[in-house]
Design a protein. Structure first.
Length: 194
């Protein structure tokens, strides 16, 4: 996602502008009285139709959602089996969450501890609805927590593995006085790779 954003010259929330992005990607942006959708015709022309009755914020979200369909989903969605269509919809929503509120921008923010207050700041800064900001914040915080837990677990594992190897080496050297620490290490390494 970060690569796409940088390719589009998006460095901050103020750069996430539908008209500019559509122009850069060669997408024709139109407004109509039906629900939003995007099509790529046989000549490769991409057209995105946004529901003109939605608020600007909702259109912003629909733009990101439809952009995912244009960039990553080929063919007519309505001819797909329902489970594949549901999967594409889930992917497009997930893409929209990250496109509207990019992780590399979230990481730079100093947010208040109170979640609803933090979600309010995100909603206003990234021009999304409060529920979307709240969900994105919750998911991001869970990912951060999982990542930190993973790092600390890996560190503990490496530490335990090191201690275990040391104990094995001492035991081998005690049992076989002819084996010194260096050759014992070599034997243990060979054993662990078998
Ligand atoms: Zn969709």
């Amino acid at each position: 996602m970060k690569e796409l954003m940088l390719y589009l010259g998006i460095l901050g929330p103020e750069d996430i502008q539908m008209d500019l992005i559509a122009c850069k990607l060669g997408i024709r942006l139109k407004y109509w009285e039906y629900s939003s959708q995007a099509i790529k015709n046989k000549n490769g022309i991409q057209v995105m139709y946004l529901d003109k009755y939605l608020t600007k914020r909702q259109q912003h979200w629909d733009f990101a959602h439809e952009l995912c369909h244009l960039l990553y989903h080929a063919g007519n969605q309505f001819t797909l089996p329902s489970h594949l269509r549901d999967f594409q919809e889930w992917k497009a929503d997930s893409f929209a969450e990250h496109f509207c509120i990019p992780t590399f921008m979230l990481e730079k923010l100093t947010l208040p501890r109170h979640r609803q207050e933090a979600a309010g700041i995100i909603a206003s800064l990234f021009f999304v609805n409060h529920e979307i900001a709240d969900k994105r914040l919750r998911d991001w915080q869970q990912q951060e927590k999982a990542y930190k837990n993973h790092i600390s677990f890996s560190e503990k594992l490496t530490e335990q593995d090191h201690l275990l190897r040391k104990e094995c080496l001492d035991a081998v050297c005690d049992l076989y006085p002819c084996i010194n620490q260096a050759s014992g290490k070599e034997i243990l390494t060979k054993c662990s790779t078998i």
